[in-house]
Design a protein around this ligand. Structure first.
Ligand code: CA
Ligand code: CA
Ligand code: CA
Ligand code: CA
Length: 349
């Protein structure tokens, strides 16, 4: 009897440790991409690195950058070799996004926005054409506990979506008056429970939002009240928490890449075909480059821009919950878009 109990307990321990906190065994996900590069670890320990944004250097694509939040400290800027280029320790920045070619002080700048949990504001940064990032100012919100953030640009205006942990979203239009930026609240709406990851497709004018414990929602990104439609529930592929998301363009068609944190994987949706989930992949260990596998991804970003010889089909950047080889503080992994493109090609054949 004792032996049976002992065996049961042993089996249970094995089962629990094998499951860890994932729902789908990673090993059952057969499509695997491998990270080429990882960034330097963040300065702070524990769950700290959170959300990246890829800055495409239009003049010198191989000198593009990755902006990554350290949610305990501020903003880090890395080059495509993963080396830290700049650090802006301005507060508890959670999510960051970028838009391009904004008229400011008589010149065109690129603009980054980050949700700042230190003062419940939107921190705005200018990125010059060499990739130097500088803080412009904080735009206050009326939300008590800001969390996720993403940007949207139509032909004439830039907008920031920022959400509260309670599910509320605010959409601010960025106004430039006498070269002082401000935010005008143009729309509010809410999801039922905590969202974080979001992304707007500037070409289609759609906004996609992850409700962490529930699924993915879509609404117009235009500053008008619009229907909010659920496009994905949690299912065999998409496991809570639903986290970071980005849009990859392949053959002029948009594909939504979403972090399924609970299954340590990423689900890809065909946005032009009823938002159908077309496949999932994980990010494995690249032994040759000594870059460890990626798990429990919070934020991610994807770009389909040609970033030079190393990343000709763009880039996926994913936050890694456990940075190994060697064990260190969290960081971001850079995955070539070529593998992602090939998977999409294979899944949509
Ligand atoms: Ca981001
Ligand atoms: Ca989250
Ligand atoms: Ca890892
Ligand atoms: Ca590592």
């Amino acid at each position: 009897m004792n032996n049976v109990k002992g065996l049961f307990a042993f089996t249970l321990i094995l089962f629990v440790s094998a499951c860890d906190n994932t729902h789908t065994p990673r090993e059952s996900i057969k499509d695997i991409l491998y990270p080429e590069v990882e960034t330097q670890p963040v300065d702070t320990s524990g769950d700290a690195a959170d959300d990246p944004a890829i800055w495409v250097n239009a003049q010198t694509p191989e000198k593009s950058l990755v902006l990554g939040t350290d949610k305990k400290q501020g903003l880090n800027v890395y080059d495509l070799t993963g080396q830290l280029r700049q650090q802006l320790p301005i507060g508890r920045l959670n999510n960051v996004d970028i838009r391009y070619n904004i008229d400011f002080n008589g010149e065109l700048i690129d603009l980054a926005a980050a949700s700042n949990r230190t003062n419940n504001s939107i921190s705005l940064f200018a990125i010059d054409n060499l990739g130097k990032v500088s803080l412009l100012q904080d735009i206050p919100t009326s939300l008590p506990e800001v969390y996720g953030l993403c940007m949207y640009s139509d032909k004439d205006h830039q907008y920031v979506f920022i959400n509260d942990k309670d599910g509320r979203y605010q959409q601010y239009q960025i106004i430039n008056q006498q070269n002082k930026l401000s935010g005008k609240l143009v729309r509010e709406f809410a999801l039922n429970t905590q969202p974080e990851g979001c992304v707007a497709d500037d070409l289609t004018g759609q906004l996609y939002m992850g409700e962490e414990a529930s699924g993915i929602w879509m609404t117009s990104a235009k500053p008008l009240q619009s229907q909010i439609i659920k496009i994905a529930d949690l299912d065999l592929m998409l496991h809570a928490d639903v986290e970071g998301m980005g849009i990859y363009y392949f053959q002029q068609k948009p594909y939504l890449v979403v972090s399924s944190q609970g299954s340590n994987s990423y689900v890809v949706f065909d946005l032009e075909n009823n938002n159908t989930p077309i496949g999932q992949f994980r990010i494995g260990t690249n032994s040759a480059n000594n870059v460890d596998e990626v798990s429990e991804t919070d934020g991610l970003d994807v770009s389909s821009a040609n970033l030079g010889a190393q990343f000709p089909d763009g880039l996926l950047v994913a936050q890694d919950g456990y940075n190994q080889l060697p064990h260190a503080a969290q960081n971001f992994k850079l995955v070539s878009g070529t593998g992602l493109r090939q998977l999409i090609e294979q899944w949509t054949q």
